[in-house]
Design a protein around this ligand. Structure first.
Ligand SMILES: NC(=O)c1ccc[n+]([C@@H]2O[C@H](COP(=O)([O-])OP(=O)(O)OC[C@H]3O[C@@H](n4cnc5c(N)ncnc54)[C@H](OP(=O)(O)O)[C@@H]3O)[C@@H](O)[C@H]2O)c1
Length: 431
């Protein structure tokens, strides 16, 4: 092959950055045939120059300041694999796109917070901006939404977008362990971060959901509009009760539009055991796209890790080499809608409730009256006395109701002297 190589400047040489270098080397000839030209890394930047990364850095230009990759004469495309919505990633993106060079990133925080600004800059300068790796790692979901499903009206997009949460919830169920034990195991195995809050508090999922929603509904990402609840409060009792009722608990990110309003939420939800999401266990990710006329699309795969994430980054590079790049959110920035946020209080759905109550006559009547007074009816109810006390656990599944009605009933229940602690409430995914 005699064609000029596409020259990459790589910022960040951690899990994904080193993975990109290894993948470009391992599949060098194949990638060159698919890209129509070789893709080579020419310049790199990270924090610590002396660190052994298990990659051959001979012949590569090292830059202490990652943002200098943008103007480097031997760099045609900048790949940003540092991370974070603040720090060097944003100025690097601005400088690269401002210099009319393509910018590829796996950084969901950056795109969720600054997607509109960067898309506008890319458009103004005629430079591609690509971020397939930012959502669900190796699953090509942005290409599926932005290209394959481009003729459809998207009804909803939802899924399991964080492997750490899915792993924790799956192990809590399969091994009957509590949240803290599984989290500590995952951290010891290097599988969860030392500070796991971005994962377990749902923020990482919310970043990815905001990007998916932008592409699905022709809007810029609205991260601040994602109502987010993580998995810290999930008790193994809920996992057991959900299983007894035919459900599995998953951290679901869900976006849909109704009446011109955008609803975005990340929350633990009960998923029926025969739903494809329920069979997505361990660290796997999955995304469901409900679209008209195509119907349901279901994508499942590895959402993180060196190989899967590098796979998505290099796919973006092959597109750039082939000049196959579209607009970051599927349409010009001027066409992107600013969708008002839907009020979740009026949203309808079924709910799971778990309460700890005094085991004495009349308590159930009190609970059902609190629900009835707010127009909430019960689909099923289980009461289990505790073996070692005069308390009992009551688990209920409601019929379809609004969140406002349910919250009002919960307030009434929580105020009752027969109820101990806060009642647990979770959504049931009925999609
Ligand atoms: N890991 C995954 O599975 C995964 C999956 C999907 C998306 N992502 C995204 O990919 C990006 C990279 O993730 P990662 O897991 O590879 O992170 P990582 O292992 O922590 O690596 C981060 C890299 O950035 C470098 N860095 C940090 N601050 C820098 C600075 N000021 N200037 C230059 N370099 C700097 C670090 O340098 P040193 O090595 O010298 O410390 C390191 O090489 C993030 O946006 C992440 O959200 C990751």
């Amino acid at each position: 092959m005699t064609k000029t190589a596409l020259r990459i400047g790589l910022a960040g040489l951690g899990t994904v950055g080193a993975g990109v270098i290894r993948l470009l080397a391992a599949n060098q000839a194949l990638i060159a045939r698919r890209a129509g030209r070789p893709i080579i890394v020419t310049a790199i930047s990270a924090r610590d120059r002396s660190r052994d990364r298990g990659i051959d850095m001979a012949g590569l230009t090292w830059l202490d300041d990652a943002t200098e990759l943008a103007a480097h004469p031997d760099v045609d495309v900048v790949v940003e694999l540092i991370g974070g919505s603040d720090g060097p990633a944003l100025p690097l993106a601005r400088r690269t796109l401002g210099a009319a060079k393509p910018f590829v990133t796996a950084n969901k925080a950056l795109i969720a917070h600054h997607g509109r600004e960067l898309a506008a800059l890319a458009e103004a300068n005629g430079a591609p901006l690509a971020f397939e790796a930012a959502v669900a790692g190796g699953i090509p979901v942005l290409k599926a939404l932005g290209e394959g499903a481009a003729a459809n009206r998207i009804v909803s997009v939802y899924g399991l977008l964080n492997g750490t949460c899915n792993y924790i919830l799956s192990r809590m169920e399969s091994d009957g362990l509590d949240f803290g034990t599984v989290l500590a195991d995952a951290q010891a195995a290097g599988f969860a971060e030392a500070d796991p809050s971005f994962d377990i508090d749902g923020i990482d999922t919310a970043h990815k959901l905001a990007i998916l929603a932008g592409l699905a509904f022709g809007a810029a990402p609205d991260f601040a509009g994602v109502a987010t609840v993580g998995i810290r409060a999930i008790d193994k009792a809920d996992i057991e009760q959900a299983a007894a009722l035919g459900f599995r608990i998953k951290l679901v990110g869900l976006a849909e539009t109704a009446d011109g309003e955008l609803f975005q939420r990340v929350h633990p939800a009960l998923v029926a055991q025969d739903h494809p999401l329920a069979a997505t266990n361990g660290a796997l990710n999955a995304v469901v796209i409900e679209a008209v006329p195509v119907g349901r699309l279901f994508l499942q795969g590895r959402g993180a890790g060196e190989g899967p994430t590098a796979s998505a980054v290099v796919a973006d590079l092959i597109d750039i080499a082939q000049r196959r790049t579209g607009l970051p959110f599927g349409m010009p920035v001027a066409e992107l809608a600013s969708l008002p946020r839907a009020d979740s209080a009026t949203r309808e759905g079924r709910y799971y409730l778990r309460l700890s109550v005094a085991d004495r006559p009349g308590v159930l009547a009190e609970l059902t009256a609190a629900l009835r007074d707010h127009g909430v009816s019960i689909e099923s109810l289980i009461q289990r006395p505790h073996a070692d006390s005069s308390a009992a656990t009551v688990v209920m599944v409601t019929h379809t109701t609004t969140e406002a009605a349910l919250q009002a009933s919960l307030e009434a229940m929580a105020a009752s002297p027969s109820v101990s602690g806060r009642p647990v409430m979770m959504h049931i995914l009925d999609l």
